[in-house]
Design a protein. Structure first.
Lengths: 117, 109
C-alpha cells in the first residue's frame, strides 16, 4: 500500500529556532501533498496544499513567511517553521494523494510533535 | 458554512456494534471519507462513499445518503483496539476536503 514517511517524529527546541519537517511518499508519486496542524482533542486543520513544482496554496490565516513549504519533487515536500515560538508547538501531519483524481484517499505520515521551549 | 457534525464521544462494549453518525451540508459534495485516528498517531483511511447505500469492509461498514447529507460508520464485533477517534471528511471537489472534529470512541471490556 501507499506509504508516507514523515521525519522527524519529535522535535524539542528553543524559541527562535527554525525547524524543518520532511514528508516523503515512499512507493508512489505524489503530485499533491497537504500539511495539517492538530491541537489536542481537535481535528486536523489544513494549513496548505503543496503542489510539485509550484508554490503552495495556503489556507486563510496561515502565515506564508512563517510556514515555508517546498515541494521540490514528486516524492518530497518540506515544511519549515521559521523562528518557532511556543505557540507553534503542535502536532504537524502531512498527507499525500496518489494520482491526480480528488477522490483518492489521503495517505498520512505519522506526524511530527513539535515542542518549542 | 461547511459544518460537519458528528458526536464528540461515544462509549461501547467489547463485542458490540456501534454506529457513528455524521451530517454535513449537501452543497458542494463530491464524496465522504471516514478515517480512524489513534491518539498521537496519524489518521488511516477506512472508507470512501460517493453513491448512496451501504459499503461493507470486514467489520466496518459505511453508509451514505446524499439527499439527506448523512453518513454513518458502523463498527461490528468491537475490539479494544477500536478505541480511537473517527473522522468524517467531506470531499468538496478536486483535492479539497473538510474534516469533522472527530468522534472519540471508547471501547470498554
Amino acid at each position: 500500500g501507499a506509504v508516507v514517511s514523515q521525519h522527524p517524529s519529535w522535535v524539542i527546541c528553543k524559541s527562535g529556532t527554525s525547524v524543518k519537517i520532511e514528508c516523503r511518499s515512499l512507493d508512489f508519486q505524489a503530485t499533491t501533498m497537504f500539511w495539517y496542524r492538530q491541537f489536542p482533542k481537535q481535528s486536523l486543520m489544513l494549513m496548505a496544499t503543496s503542489n510539485e513544482g509550484s508554490k503552495a496554496t495556503y489556507e486563510q490565516g496561515v502565515e506564508k513567511d512563517k510556514f515555508l513549504i517546498n515541494h521540490a519533487s514528486l516524492t518530497l515536500s518540506t515544511l519549515t517553521v521559521t523562528s518557532a515560538h511556543p505557540e507553534d508547538s503542535s502536532f504537524y501531519i502531512c498527507s499525500a494523494i496518489e494520482g491526480v483524481r480528488g477522490n483518492q484517499p489521503q495517505h498520512f505520515g505519522d506526524g511530527t510533535r513539535l515542542s518549542i521551549l | 458554512g461547511q459544518n460537519i457534525d458528528q458526536p464528540t464521544e461515544m462509549t461501547a462494549t467489547e463485542g458490540a456494534i456501534v454506529q457513528i453518525n455524521c451530517t454535513y451540508q449537501t452543497s458542494g459534495f463530491n464524496g465522504l471519507f471516514w478515517y480512524q485516528q489513534h491518539a498521537g498517531e496519524a489518521p488511516t483511511f477506512l472508507s470512501y462513499n460517493v453513491l448512496d447505500g451501504l459499503e461493507e469492509k470486514g467489520r466496518f461498514s459505511s453508509f451514505l445518503s446524499r439527499s439527506k447529507g448523512y453518513s454513518y460508520l458502523l463498527l461490528k464485533e468491537l475490539q479494544m483496539k477500536d478505541s480511537a477517534s473517527y473522522l468524517c471528511v467531506k470531499n468538496t471537489g478536486g483535492f479539497k476536503t473538510i474534516f469533522g472534529a472527530g468522534t472519540r470512541l471508547f471501547v470498554k471490556a
